[in-house]
Design a protein. Sequence first.
Length: 339
Amino acid sequence: MKDINWKELSFAYQKTNYNVRCYFRNGEWGELETSSSEYINIHMAATALHYGQEAFEGMKAFRDKKGNIRLFRWEDNWQRMKNSAEGIMMAEVPKEKFKEAIMKVVKLNEEYVPPHGTGASLYIRPLLIGSGPRVGVKPADEYLFAVFVIPVGPYFKEGFKPVDMQIAKDYDRAAPQGTGRLKVGGNYAASLRAGERAHDEGYAASIFLDAKEKKYIDEAGPANFFGIKDNTYITPKSESILPSITNKSLMQLAEDMGLKVERRPVPVEELETFEEAGACGTAAVISPVGKILDRTSGKEYVISKDGNPGPISTKLFERLQGIQYGDVEDKHGWITIVE
Ligand code: PLP
Ligand code: COI
């Protein structure tokens, strides 16, 4: 095990031992390669660099009490990467290749998987890029699939404590019929200005509204959004948000806990009525929301009145993390042990 202060880890890049790579050339995927270099050699006319042919994933591995390494819902990440590839016309990574790459990169970096009980995990970042040259706007004919890993702590430095967010009506992350439901780099480029302004103004993230009507909540920076009231878990239904695997899991856990679950458009004014709210994602897990400022109107929605996470968010967080770290039974078959 590496000598790392696991409890102090933030969500930041650091070098680990190895990454894995695989090239798609002449219409087929090659063998998986292992590398200890952090760099890739790429053609300057690669479509990833010019026309945004790039997709990525984010998933985590956790260590249980016995020392096993547990992957959370990796098949869902594979499926989403397949959808992203389809959406921006890239070669799709076969499921077996994806699995082989994930398993291999985790095993090669086993000493970076944080010990049980530290609250830290191993973040796995698969990446698929158009590596073949094009000057005309067309899909590439060569692709690179690579995966690296980093040990991480909480995405929002507050951890499981309410953070404040702001609604930005003057920026859109994704167009209604655009690429918002895909995990492609362009969506993140489009979110940077609003996100950085939110940080500069003291907020953890920018909440994007639906780009068409600017009435409904889409998502919360790099995470989905949910609200809770009247024993109901409510989360936005929108064509322009990323289908979050964490959110899907929380909907199931909420149902298991006897809550009603509603996936539907969530108008901004409804924030007034929420007893609890949160942002959820692989990196963020659950980040409870304290208050939300509508930057345009100046109206502030105070959700956590006492500065603490609400009881239902806390229960959901404990169940989800319990399953991930192996302390709560995995009834839904979400975990794969890395052998
Ligand atoms: N929304 C966006 C824009 C994201 O980048 C992420 C992170 O992956 C999520 C939502 C949460 O998705 P997941 O729970 O699958 O990590
Ligand atoms: C994730 O939660 O995995 C994300 O991708 C969020 C962000 C770091 C892009």
